[in-house]
Design a protein around this ligand. Sequence first.
Ligand code: CTP
Ligand code: MG
Length: 242
Amino acid sequence: SLTISKGAVEFKNVSFHYPESDVPVLRDLSFSVQPGETLAILGSTGSGKTSLFQLVPRLYDVTEGEVLVDGKNVMNYPIEKLRKGIGVVPQEAVLFTGSITENIGWGKEDATSDEIISAAVDAQIHETVEKLPNQYDTRVGQRGVNLSGGQKQRLSIARALVRKPKILMLDDSTSALDLKTEGKLLKALRTYSCTTFIITQKISTAMEADHILLLDDGTVEAWGTHEELLNTSPLYVKIVQS
Ligand code: CTP
Ligand code: MG
């Protein structure tokens, strides 16, 4: 039956407004990303980055146009099959009251302990976990140990990685990481060969991507590589210089 096999993503003339409003949040977006490529999404607050993300796993549906995964409209996938192939790391990391293992394995209850640890290593959180009082059995969330914002982000990334997604979507999920840790994380992500969407504020992260999409007020202000955008987008140049 219909599952994500390669992870190609295409937006075709996509427009979107939230159900409770008629203000367009995304207008006429078209772009495509090949399997295994990385797309960095930049844009000021409120420009529509998170909204764009939500259309791929169908947390919301487009108002106009089409989102295609492996050439097929996302509306034609059984939703649980679609979501199984997509790892979404939300802007605000959500942890549950439970152990580290339970938090990483959430949604993939058959994950082995080796798979949990391997995802934690790649998400650059394993060393932190090893230092906790009960390592992977340590309880987090209410009445558990307190974790920093960056530690929560990395647990949340490990949760997405343990599912070996074909498409990985990081919503500003590395904002609290120092550049060295982020560099190691991005290097580890490459070994997954998944198509990666990464919302970021950092030019250093965007420069590493195959494509950069610069959103401005819900429209594509610029699309291309770092070098191309330096030559074609005054807004991008402004961001680089800021
Ligand atoms: N919006 C809305 N209803 C929601 C969520 C967002 O009407 N449930 C609106 C916001 O007010 C904003 C626009 O949609 O005008 C785009 O929001 P969003 O996609 O969340 O913007 P981001 O680019 O993700 O902003 P940020 O960098 O602050 O995360
Ligand atoms: Mg956002």
